[in-house]
Ligand binder design. Sequence first.
Ligand code: MN
Ligand code: MN
Length: 303
Amino acid sequence: MMEPDVIEGYAKAGAVLSDLLLKHSRGISQGTSILDVCERIEHEILEAGCKPAFPVNFSVNSVAAHYTAKPGDGLRVEGLALVKLDVGVHYDGYIADAAVSVCVDGYGLELKEACESALEKALSRVREGTRVREISSVIDEEIRRLGAKPISNLTGHMIGRYKLHAGVSIPNVKSWSPLYRLKTGDVLAIEPFATFPDAAGVVVEQPPAQIFSLARRRKPRGRVEAAILSYASELKGLPFCRRWVKGRLGAMYAAELDRLARIGVLRAYPPLLEASGAPVAQAEATVVVDGDGAHVVAAPFRW
Ligand code: MN
Ligand code: MN
């Protein structure tokens, strides 16, 4: 059995996240400011007594993941837009990570439905003893059954305390998925991504990055680097963005992030673009394995 305060930490983060995801996904339509949504959600996470586990990701169409508003970002939702709103919340280091797709004017609805159906089927398999490969299989088959294609190089992941990606990956295709068997206390983020069947079905990085995390510790060289590294350590290694650094430390500091990533002090997470330019949908939930059952702590739908 799991410790009650661990379960409670996940439950608290998960409840805040599920509410915010539902509330803010409903507000997305033509003309919505991306900066506005990111800032509001991050603010409301703090108001609820939790912290963002990473900057709010607001990725549109062929950008599958890892876009967050730049400082002063003027980008708005316009035209055909399939939005992935991906949010992370932590309470005392217990992280819930979930995402919902928003089909503005119905665009990409079949892809959203494929992801959600795959996620529901995957969640129903989560219990002690289930192999990760079985979860990948269910996702892969369900997405294809519904006439879409899974993104083969985007995966779900295990979660640890203050660790967004801990150990085992949970691929959305069965071929190379691990044989690892789930055990009590494992926390999983399961996140199917789907695109059109004739698309490449893989993502590639598209710099510049907005999101960064601490890669390795070293003695800081200079005042600017010292301030950035101290900020990154304060977040206990969790990701942050240029916007946050600008708000906290100033524009000069935000401009230093790319250089620190180039020399390997920071890790950069550039936006991930579907290689053939096709739109991508995502659905993500966080689930805690507990014996013969599972607690779904955050999901893009009622569970
Ligand atoms: Mn996520
Ligand atoms: Mn995730």
